[in-house]
Design a protein around this ligand. Sequence first.
Ligand code: DMJ
Length: 469
Amino acid sequence: MRLYARLSRTESHWLKSARRALVFGIWLAILVLAVPGCNRSSEDRHARQMAVRVRSEFLHAWRNYERYAWGHDALRPLSKTPHDWYGQSLLMTPVDALDTLVLMKLDADVGKTKALIVSDLSFDRDIYVKNFEVTIRLIGGLLSSYQLTGDKHLLQLAQDLGNRLLPVFNSPTGLPYVYVNLRTGQVREPVTNPAETGTLLLEFGTLSKLTGRPEFYDKAKRALVETYKRRSLLGLVGQGINVETGAWTDTDSHISGGIDSYYEYLWKCWLLFGDNDCRDMWNASIPAINKYLADEAGGELWYGHANMQTGARTETTYRALDAFFPALLALSGDLERARRLQASSFKMWNLHGIEPETFDYKSMRVVNGAYHLRPEIVESTYYLYHFTRDARYRQMGEKLFGDFVKYCRADAGYAALADVVTKQKRDEMESFALAETFKYFYLLFAPPRTVDFDNVIFNTEAHPLSRTW
Ligand code: DMJ
């Protein structure tokens, strides 16, 4: 009896301890599950506040464009005067910025801007325009805004412009001339580069799919393939090519301006159109880039310049434009290099609190100190955050944005810098500041559903294109 009583006392003691342990376990589990959730939701709350801040700074730039340059290509933010690239306006800023207005849900501004474009934009003009620039900014902008709003006028304008640009491809090689007269179709300037010959297929291809006219796709693809076919035995392309002879005029190779978006479109055209040739050309090119252009300096990853024929290093410079490459590496699945290169870009930025146009990664010296309000480093921050969900990329973005506002905000909009060391401003606010820089800052902090990342491809001017066909 006594034994039984002792046993049942022990048992009830055991039961109590077990119950206590269970309650403790449940609390622990709640804590373990809830604390990161709390962190996550406070991080998200902070991100939403950042998105609101970005949107309001975007509006500072946009309202001043409206006030001092409405109907013109761009605002000069220091003199508060308008600027037209070719003496007559092609509405560069309104067309380039329209899909940013849509994504930020600035509905009244979308309506007003669309009305301006539909009533005032005419391509029947006796001016020579740069095929590359008007393709990425105007065709890209019109097509993405058409896809986002469903307004057919925008597609009609894109088609009209596409028709007027087609004569650029009438060279012996199929590589495009640099300039075309929008009214007469006359072309000029045969010496160009891979960025200008190979950054056309996302726009012309989408135009083709949406209008059912194969020639847009075929001509832009031929230009891309003809560029690729002229790669060296090492698998590199140069930075100057003659469209009449097909010969290289400059054999310096890099991922920088003049070549950059040629590589970008190889991979992205595979993603958007499922074009196997584009995938194969990318797969054949990326090993050469990583072998001859990638460079290690002080334990960091950089990409420099090399001779396309010999692979010999020609420059140890890295540029603000090159900072797009982590985004492309991440998109193509190479997260490790993407992370390392992004850390290098951020280092370049932090040297003077804002990035220079050109920088020598061996000597850590500024080579060209201008800052043109460029988006590339922000673009890569956004891509890396998307692929990793690592909160450090949002913190990085916050630092970039803080500096951007601190040094580039002017009374009337945002101004480029003449020199990142002295922070002296210059009278320039390129349309890509509104099309790209503010957009990528916004997307980094806005709810992920703002853009269906997995179903859009951003053209090189940050215009999201989707496979609606
Ligand atoms: C933009 O017009 C495009 O991103 C282009 O591919 C490169 N340069 C500017 C922005 O820096």
